[in-house]
Design a binder for this molecule. Structure first.
Ligand code: 48H
Length: 261
């Protein structure tokens, strides 16, 4: 038998290559493994869609991990309890405030586990640096990916492509995919209004209401919705992030019809 070192390397090459062949064509490419992206991914994958989440960091959770000002808790209201239960995430009620408190670590871990158990491919250390488009009328047909490490190194390395029937911008405050589309896709009139100051009640409601399709092939969820439509921020209350993830999954599923068709 070959040396252990050789077997380790070959097992990893073989399995990773097999995965990337599948990843190169998806039903849904989700950009960002924060709360909205992971929630969306799970509800799409459990309907049978081929879904991958591309995350530029080597971790899950996006803004969850920082909790409220580094205290390891976030809150939700009753509108998100059903989603917490779907993911088997524990919560406790704060009777004085009428809110539900969740451990940040449990929220991150179980959103990720729920997505993975439903068949989502989570890919870490990959930065979505561009989109694929087709014209007449313009539509988004996938993403352009690069290793985060390559971008950090400053080397000039050409990226690779992932085609998909739908792309979801779940990149949070940056609205990274929408910014690229606004700047680089010809014929698209997209203006990012920029997130506004805190007004938690209004923001929680409007982010969910405005979640959905932006143009053919492109959808938005989570804080990127606030950046796109000029909505206020809400701080460490996460109901709208979870509800937005679920809503965008429903919108994508309705548009795509059946998986792989
Ligand atoms: C690959 C990328 C890219 C890229 C970014 O910030 P997130 O947690 O996003 P949401 O919208 O699911 O949740 C927002 C929430 O965490 C939050 O910040 C709230 C509620 N704030 C309220 C307030 O008032 O401040 O996650 C986005 C993820 C991150 O992990 C990024 O690393 C990742 O997307 N990401 N991954 N390619 N181009 N851009």
């Amino acid at each position: 038998m070959a040396r252990l070192e050789q077997r380790i390397s070959r097992a990893i090459w073989r399995s990773a290559a097999r995965d990337w062949l599948e990843l190169s064509d998806l039903d849904v490419a989700i950009v960002g493994a924060g709360p909205s992206g992971m929630t969306a991914a799970r509800y799409l994958a459990e309907r049978g869609f081929r879904v991958a989440v591309f995350e530029r960091r080597l971790s899950f959770g996006g803004g969850i991990g920082g909790g409220g000002m580094l205290l390891h808790k976030v809150v939700v209201d009753e509108s998100a309890l059903r989603i917490l239960e779907d993911f088997n995430i524990g919560y406790s009620r704060d009777d004085e405030e009428g809110l539900y408190v969740v451990d940040a670590s449990e929220l991150m871990a179980k959103l990720a586990a729920g997505a993975i158990d439903s068949g989502v491919r989570m890919v870490h250390g990959v930065h979505v640096e561009d989109v694929i488009y087709r014209d007449g009328p313009p539509r988004i047909e996938g993403v352009v990916v690069q290793w985060s490490a390559v971008l950090l190194s400053g080397l000039h390395v050409d990226p690779l492509f992932v085609t998909s029937r739908a792309v979801v911008d779940a990149t949070g405050h940056e609205a990274g995919v929408l910014s690229i589309v606004a700047r680089k896709v010809p014929g698209v009139r997209l203006q990012l209004e920029g997130e506004k100051s805190a007004y938690a009640e209004l923001s929680e409601k409007l982010v969910v209401e405005r979640t959905g399709r932006v143009m053919p092939g492109l959808y938005v969820a989570g804080m990127a919705v606030a950046a796109l439509y000029g909505l206020p921020r809400m701080g460490p209350i996460f109901s709208s992030m979870l509800l937005s993830g679920k809503k965008v999954a429903e919108a994508v599923a309705a548009d795509l019809g059946s998986p792989g068709s």
